[in-house]
Design a protein around this ligand. Structure first.
Ligand code: GCU
Length: 408
């Protein structure tokens, strides 16, 4: 760009076009990531052409009613091939307040720890919810449910949870955090020793090709948190978000897909098996994820290794299941393993579905680094820095929620 144009734009108070340039992975990040993970592709020019399954299917989807049918088909494809079949509520579900204090976050929040007790065929399962509500609240509180990556039995509040609460509470939002490890241990040899065993009565033996697994179990926990909210008049049931980071983000998407009590679904760097397109050969791959983390998916998913083109779904179809609800996908500049562009494009390809509600389309041009794009009820950003759920991310999610939930 010529100096003169830059100067004129500068005088007009328009940010320099350089800052608005579509995001691209930085060459030094590409080089360092490739060096660390040489068997994987991080070179955009080496991405092979791919064809996505049509989210609208072969039948014609023209109306919201048509979509309702198509949506059911897609959900079923995900159950059969990717995340497995989750049960709904257990036969008996009860809640016990374990502790409550109004002194959390220097007196700005009430922290209630709630035990969620499930009973199925006489077997019991227990996990805990940490619920932070703003003491300043005068009305019912909108709540973000965080599928946190935490082990079972931890005695201290995980740092990620306190960090999240300290962002949310001052802005009038509540936080409900669950620990994924309490629902299904994140370990291929032990993942069945949580809610899977509650329903199946055993943690050993063969499993059906469409049996649910760890990601679905974590998401199941988020829905049980919502069951608890139904008993608490302080919670604004029309303003509930589900959010997770990375593997927690994959679980949050599946929870959001299945449970429309979440009116906002947020994927923070969920990558492969989450928001990122599976067919794009960039970053983590299906063969790799189903080998390193076989316990995350229904057994059938691994059979698509090396034949991704035969998968009846790709992840734009998972994201489309949220329509017309609010949906936000976020990536990080240095997190090439998650494939930022693949996450963005996946969101872009939900446009035909959102269009059924007259939602604006999203251009396939990546936004600039640190410049969120919001098109109606869909949002996206790619943030500076590494793989994490950072304060910047929380702030953008709240900005988006303020609008999506019309709180201002
Ligand atoms: C690994 C895994 C990713 C996952 C990530 C995380 O990197 O390969 O798929 O998202 O862990 O949960 O942090």
């Amino acid at each position: 760009m010529s100096i003169r144009i830059t100067l004129v734009l500068g005088l007009l108070g328009i940010t320099s076009l350089a800052a608005q340039e579509a995001w691209q992975a930085k060459p030094d990040v590409v080089a360092a990531t490739t060096k660390r993970l040489p068997q994987f592709n991080f070179d955009e020019s080496a991405v092979k052409p791919y064809q996505l399954p049509d989210v609208m299917g072969t039948g014609r989807v023209r109306s919201q009613a048509d979509w309702k049918r198509r949506r059911g088909e897609i959900l079923e494809l995900y159950r059969a091939n990717v995340y497995g079949r989750s049960p709904g509520k257990p036969q008996k579900l009860r809640f016990e307040t374990v502790a409550e204090t109004r002194d959390a976050l220097d007196g700005h929040a009430t922290l209630r720890r709630v035990a969620i007790l499930s009973n199925q065929d006489g077997r019991e399962h227990r996990f805990e919810l940490a619920l932070f509500l703003p003491n300043a609240a005068k009305d019912r509180v909108p709540v973000f449910v965080l599928i946190n990556l935490g082990r079972a039995g931890a005695t201290e509040m995980p740092r990620g949870v306190t960090a999240a609460a300290s962002e949310l509470i001052p802005r009038g939002y509540g936080l409900a955090a669950i620990q994924n490890g309490e629902l299904a241990p994140d370990d291929k040899d032990h993942f069945r020793e949580g809610v899977l065993q509650l329903f199946e009565g055993t943690a050993t033996g063969d499993r059906a090709p469409d049996a649910w697994a760890a990601l679905a179990a974590w998401g199941w926990g988020a829905s049980r948190a919502v069951d608890y909210f139904e008993t608490d008049p302080m919670i604004d049931m029309s303003r509930l978000a589900v959010i997770g980071h990375s593997r927690g983000g994959k679980a949050a998407l599946w929870a959001g897909a299945q449970d429309d009590r979440f009116s906002l679904v947020i994927s923070n760097e969920s990558g492969e098996g989450g928001a990122a397109l599976t067919r794009r050969n960039y970053g983590e791959t299906l063969p790799r994820i189903t080998t390193s983390f076989p316990h995350w998916f229904a057994p059938r998913y691994a059979t698509f290794a090396g034949r991704e083109a035969e998968l009846p779904v790709d992840q734009h179809m998972l994201l489309s299941l949220m329509a017309p609800r609010a949906l936000y996908v976020a990536s990080a500049d240095e997190d090439l393993w998650s494939d930022p562009r693949g996450e963005f494009l996946s969101l872009v390809h939900t446009s035909p579905v959102y269009a059924l509600w007259k939602e604006p389309a999203l251009s396939d041009r990546m936004p600039a680094l640190g410049q969120p794009v919001v098109a109606g009820r869909r949002g996206y950003h790619v943030r500076t820095g590494a793989h994490a759920l950072a304060p910047y991310d929380w702030q953008r999610y709240m900005d988006f929620a303020d609008v999506a939930w019309r709180r201002k």
